[in-house]
Structure formats: structure tokens, C-alpha cells
Design a protein around this ligand. Sequence first.
Ligand code: FHN
Length: 479
Amino acid sequence: MKRLMIAAFGLSVLMNLQPLSAQQSSTKEKIALLHGAHRVGKRTDATMEKWRGYGLGQFIHWGLYAIPGGAWNGKQYNGAAEWIRSWDGIPKSTYDSLNYSFNPTAFDAKAWAKTAKQMGARYVTFTTKHHDGFCLWPSKYTKYTVKNSPYKKDIVKAVVDAYDQEGIDVILYFSVMDWNHPDWRYDIKTKEDSIAFERFKKFTRNQLIELLTNYPTVKGLWFDGTWDKSWVKQAAFADELETEMRRLRPGLIIGSRFRADENGKRHFDSNGVLMGDYEQGWERKIPSKIEDVHGNDWDCVMTVPENQWGYNAAWNGHLKTGTELIEMTARCVSLGGNFVLNFGPKGDGAIRQEEIKLAEEIGDWMKVNQEAIYNCEYAGFDKQDWGYFTRKTGTDKVYMVVFNVPLSGALRIKTPSKTAIKKAYMLADAEESFVPEEISADEYFLHLKKSTNSKPFVIVLETLKATQDNGTKYEKAKI
Ligand code: FHN
């Protein structure tokens, strides 16, 4: 079987027609791997095509940590609120007992899904279990679940049903690291560790199969807490488990955080090939240029403050504005990725007002401009200072998402060679059109009529293939 996989890998290297990543195309001899990437290049099936076209998503971090909300006995902790159990001075057993107070009376999955829909999110990633180990579904494999809280009901089911209802795809977040489980280890140093971790692996497998069985409509799993040595050493086990999960749910989407290869390489295997269906390393950062993503699928997950995922009552530091988040969305899509904005509902289950407001602001913009975000890809045009180009996937329709209008009111466009601009008009009002001024070879200005837009706006370029470029008209500088 493994030999087959190596052969299939070799064959896919030879046959793959997608642009290969910088690492992949290197002439370095390939290392034979038993537990490396299963594929070179992007997945081309319909589920993944849909994922690629989402554009905008929502992340939800919710669990017991939302109850203290970043403070313990009146003391505010600076780190990420969902990590509070691990901070010095927090008694672990007192934290673990928070399940006895988990009774989120304002929890309304339908209201969450409506907020996401209104924002324009096309998928949600929801924390079934974060590092503290508390399960928001009634897992058969541990007592540390919502079933043994005053709330009792299955929260994962409520979320999956509500988002399904709104037509928003669901991805389940799952932390492999589990602070509550007696068999979890950071590393395996002794025989006892090894015995305990074997039990933990079975537990993890059981929980994942349980999630996929209980919630068959989910589109993927979003793994976290996979960086510790104990898990990194489980290349064979994790590889088999991934295969088992994919067999159970064909089309399942799994990012690059799940497993390491036999040399301990994460995200990219020892040959530099992405492990998983998309790159999951873009957390709170966005690539600057197309080369940074090496031809892979990717998404960026982003917090509103610098680094708070779970509810923190005292957000501080810079809080991203609606316009900044819209710009991040456009930037991600312009580089072929999705943008996923995190929400951290309060302990009672309500979404905080600041997040509702941001969702409204983003949603208002998306209502007018979503065409430039959904089912779009990297446009192949040179980046310009006024904003971002996106392209309706596989078409000649290009969008200019404009954030910074130059004082001159002239927006520069450099087209790829042999590309003519057939039409240019405002997305919000096709009547407002532009006649591009050709200023040089494959270079144009679009002159804005008014420069008083207070919000980012979108201009549509309908392009067509020209038989020759216009370079011959212009004399090159003799330098
Ligand atoms: O430690 C977690 C963190 O709390 C949060 O869940 C983020 C989301 O991407 N993931 C981990 C850090 O990478």
C-alpha cells in the first residue's frame, strides 16, 4: 500500500499540470517518504472548488474559557483568553470544573448563523474542542462534555444544523492537544508516556470518527494543537487516521496542520510538498505576494484584536476596523486565498456587540461588492498601490477593489501582455463607465470622475485576449 503511494506520488509529480511550487520544482532528488504528502498540486474536485471560491469565512472560538473571559478572580490576564487555564496562578482543577457552570442561556445557533450570513461568510469553522479538552458535543469517550454541564444539549449539532440551514458550509475545529485528558503528553520520554499516549491516540481517533459520523454534512476538519513532539512523532498513525477519515467522508477537507511526516516535518513534507488540502499556516498574517503561496490553496484566520480568539471581556490594543477587515478579505482573495474572521461569543452564548457591528459593516460592503470576492482568484495583474485585483475564476472578468484613491484620481493598471480592456465600469453602477487611457505598453490610467468615495469600491474590467501586445508602439528607453 505504502509502496503504491510512493509510486502514485512519483506519477502525480510527472503528470501534474498545475504550476508546481518553488520547492516542488527544485531539481533536488526526492526523498522516498512513507508518510509525506498524498498529492502534488491542488485538488480539483467540486467540494474543493467550492472551498476555493468561498472568499470569506467565519471562525468561532467558544468553550469554557468564555466564562472567565480573560480574567480570573478580578485579575486580567494578557494572553489569549482561550489559554487562561495554562497561565500561572490559575488552579487547573478549578478551571476544569467550569463545566458545572456552563449554562449559556443566550446561546442561539440560528442567530449566530444569521450574523454570519449577513456578513457574507460562506463557511464557518467551529471549535468542537479547544486545548482545554471540553467537548461541545456529547462525546461517548469522555465525561468532559456539554452533556455533563447544566446546559446538557449538543451544541455542535445546533451549530451544524443552523449553518446548514443558512447554506453556510461547516468545518469542525478540533484540538488534538487536550489538557484535560490524563493520557495527553507533550512528549514521550518514558515507557509510561508511551503507554498513555497509545490510549490517547485511540481516544483521538474515536472522537474524530464520532464527529464525522454524528455530523455527516460537515465539509472538513480544522486541526490545531498538533505541534507538540508527542503528536509530531505519530506520522504513521496520523497518516492512517487521515486515510480512514477520508474513506469515511469522501471529499473531506483537511488542512496542513494535521500530521507530520516521518522526519517530523509539518505543513510541508521533507520534499517541500504541502501535506493536506490547503496551507493552514496563515494565522494572523497574510502573504504579500503570489509567490509566497507556492501555488497552493490557503486561508488566513484573523482575530479582531492582536491575538484573542476566545471571548476576552477586556479587548485592548489595536482593534481592526471594518474597512481593515474588508481590505484583508480583498487581499487574501487577490492572492488566491480565503479570509476567515474570528468571533468569540460570550460565556452566555451571545455574540459581543463589537463583533456584530463589524459583521454588519462587512456585510453591507459585501452586499454591493461580493461579486469581486466570491468565486474569484489571483488575477495575474501587477499589484498597484490603490488596492487589489481579483478575477472571476476562469474568466476574463477582472475586479479592481480600490482602497486608496491617489490625489490625481488616476488608477494605474498594468495588464498582462496581449490583454485588452474591453469595458471598465463601477460594480455598484454599471452606467458609470470609464474609457481607459493607454499610457504605455500594457499600461493604462482609469480616471475617476469623483474621488469622494468614503468606502472601498470596485471597478469591473472586462478584458479580452489581444492577438498582439501594444509594446511595439512605444520606444523603450536606451539605458
Ligand atoms: O492555540 C491556538 C489558539 O488558541 C487559536 O485556537 C488559534 C486559531 O488558529 N490556533 C492556535 C494557535 O495557532
